[in-house]
Design a protein. Structure first.
Length: 131
């Protein structure tokens, strides 16, 4: 194995560079920092808005639940009040009595043609003609 001698780097001519104190780096950081701060405020505002909307939605959901319960109660009350026994009780309270011997009227069999329409009701004509 042969060992090679290290070559010393050849002297190159370095490009002519000079340092500008604080120039480009500060200008690039400032807009980024402004955007970052604005983004943080935007996220905070969005979270506050979403919190308010969540509270509003929960309040509306509770109102909806109360309204649904009231609807169910009113439907039950309607069914109770429209039952035959309830109607009979209410009629008795108003002084109505049931007839022991009801009379049933027969339905007419010679009904007019369903296509024939009655003349429209005209109150002015009745007032001027007297009938």
């Amino acid at each position: 194995m042969a060992t090679r001698a290290r070559r010393s780097p050849s002297p190159r001519t370095a490009p002519h560079l000079r340092v500008i104190p604080g120039g480009a780096r500060r200008r690039a950081t400032l807009p980024f920092a402004v955007v970052l701060v604005l983004a943080v405020f935007a996220v905070a505002a969005l979270q506050a808005y979403l919190g308010q909307e969540g509270y509003r939605m929960s309040r509306i959901e509770s109102e909806l639940k109360v309204a649904e319960e009231r609807y169910v109660l009113l439907r039950a009350q309607l069914a109770e009040l429209s039952s035959p026994s309830s109607l009979e009780r209410a009629a008795a309270e108003m002084g109505m009595t049931s007839d022991a011997d009801p009379v049933f009227l027969p339905a007419p069999t010679d009904l007019p043609d369903p296509e024939v329409r009655a003349a429209p009701y005209d109150s002015k004509r009745l007032l001027t003609t007297g009938g």
